[in-house]
Design a protein around this ligand. Structure first.
Ligand code: CLF
Ligand code: SF4
Length: 475
């Protein structure tokens, strides 16, 4: 029986893209949701200065436009950054992208950023280069970015009107002068949108990041999404405001509220209807720090600090990296074949939608012990198939026998974080979490251990919407 709607995963298929664009994104973990299961990125923190103030940022820490507040990166000189990239590139050959995302604005003192990119082009020609900026100076740098073959630029744009922008940015520093209030907001917005257009004109893929601040730009983000799509942006990444008071940001101290998981999903769904496809809205961002290293869900930065890499010899080999990446591509083909079965499912006539949580440590598989998870991937299952919704961070409750002893509260909190999900799919799960999950009506499922995520989510999820799961899953 054929599918009456279009039962399929909507999260990762890039085949609809023109080949030259597909080449730019197929192994970029931020530009392709599917790639993020397999490929890593790293940031080099070479740009400490900033030229604006955002009310969700505490300048003691990293740039919150692509980062969590409350973390500080080790600043590097361009030469140190290149050495670090070459070492990580061999240790983690699936690291395909180097980004510069602060810890301030990457273009406020652009020569360090450009110097780093120039050296990387020479020494690591197989790596994609990526830049993130608040957009104030982007227009002045587009030609240079083009010259250096920078294919990916992220601009943080939080508003369409200066009235809203004014509530987010108290001042900017531009052309040797400090601007405040509505004047600052006007200049910044104008420069951001002009920078976007200039990148698009130069064939640079643009991702727009927006910080979702429900009480301030909650209404306006739909307009932002419309506008950036019209101007040719490739992706819109709507990130939740983080405003815990302890981070000391203006919004945190003023008690400006963070969005709930549901509010975030609602605004992403609303915007995705503008793009007409789920692909336009990025949902897998981890708001990583300016010196992050590894898969998006992990951070191996502490393995590659200056003192640790000082005495390591550099043996960078493009060929050796290509061998590893070839294996990854073959693996992706196999996963894709496995997921194809989803397209042949029976017609489903219920409108029910449910959520499923997944514990994975990468490779596109359900391969993580429940207790080792520090985040869960959340998928929505409906008659249309499956859709990746977002990830939810939790505190890892099991670090081995000793640390588990005081993990009871953490465990309960973890389970609460996924309490709106029907089931959690993982490689293994102990008796204690199983018991607690009964109170929240979540089914622990480890029968699908080491299976491809999308295939397993569909197989398990469809049982819920078809009500075939009674007494089968919970044990
Ligand atoms: Fe870094 Fe940003 Fe490039 Fe990615 S991050 S500069 S596009 S390589 Fe990615 Fe991190 Fe989200 Fe940024 S998960 S914060 S979107
Ligand atoms: Fe902070 Fe980044 Fe905003 Fe500068 S652009 S104030 S570093 S969040």
């Amino acid at each position: 029986m054929g599918c009456s709607t279009s039962c399929s995963s909507k999260s990762g298929d890039l085949d609809f893209l023109p080949e030259h664009v597909r080449q730019k994104v197929y192994n970029h973990p931020c530009y392709s949701q599917e790639a993020h299961h397999h490929y890593a990125r790293m940031h080099v923190a070479v740009a400490p200065a900033c030229n604006i103030q955002c009310n969700y940022c505490n300048r003691k820490y990293d740039c919150s436009n692509e980062s969590r507040p409350g973390v500080v990166s080790e600043v590097l000189a361009p030469e140190e950054a290149v050495k670090k990239v070459m070492i990580v590139g061999m240790e983690i050959p699936q690291m395909t992208v180097v980004g510069i995302a602060g810890p301030g604005d990457s273009l406020a003192d652009g020569h360090k950023t450009l110097k780093t990119f120039r050296l990387l082009r020479e020494k690591t020609p197989d790596i994609k280069l990526c830049l993130s900026t608040n957009g104030l100076l982007l227009l002045d740098y587009v030609d240079k970015l083009k010259e250096l073959n920078i294919d990916h630029v992220t601009i943080t744009i939080n508003a369409t009107t200066p009235e809203t922008a004014k509530k987010i940015y108290p001042w900017i520093f531009y052309n040797h002068k400090r601007y405040k209030g509505i004047e600052a907001a006007k200049i910044l917005l104008e420069r951001q949108y002009e920078g976007l257009m200039a990148c698009v004109k130069n064939d640079i893929l643009v991702k727009v990041n927006s910080v979702f601040i429900p009480d301030i730009n909650g209404e306006e983000l739909v307009e932002v999404s419309k506008k950036v799509k019209e101007l040719g942006a490739f992706l819109h990444n709507i990130m939740p405001l983080i405003s815990k008071a302890e981070y000391g940001t203006k919004f945190g101290l003023d008690g400006v509220k963070e969005p709930t998981h549901q509010q975030l999903k609602d605004i992403q769904d609303k915007c995705s209807s503008i793009w007409g496809t789920d692909f336009g809205i990025m949902r897998h961002c981890r708001q990583c720090r300016a010196d992050a290293v590894g898969l998006l869900g992990e951070d191996r930065g502490s393995e590659f600090t200056k003192d640790k890499i000082n005495n390591i010899d550099i043996k960078y080999s493009v060929e050796a990296r290509e061998q590893v990446q070839l294996k990854i591509e073959n693996w992706r083909k196999l996963l894709k074949e496995a997921s194809k079965e989803m397209e042949e499912k029976e017609a489903i006539y219920t409108d029910e939608k449910i959520l499923i949580a997944v514990a994975s440590s990468g490779d596109g598989l359900i391969n993580q012990h429940f207790g080792h998870a520090h985040e869960f991937l959340i998928y929505e299952v409906s008659k249309k198939g499956i859709k990746f919704v977002h990830h939810r961070k939790v505190q890892q409750y099991c670090h081995g026998d000793i640390a588990c002893l005081d993990g009871a509260n953490i465990l309960e909190d973890t389970i609460k974080t996924i309490s709106d999900c029907k089931a959690v799919l993982c490689a293994k799960i102990g008796f204690e979490p199983r018991d607690i999950m009964k109170n929240y009506s979540i089914d622990p499922v480890d029968e699908v251990a080491y299976q491809p995520i999308e295939k397993a989510v569909w197989e398990i999820g469809r049982k819920y919407i078809l009500k075939e799961n009674a007494n089968v899953l919970a044990n």
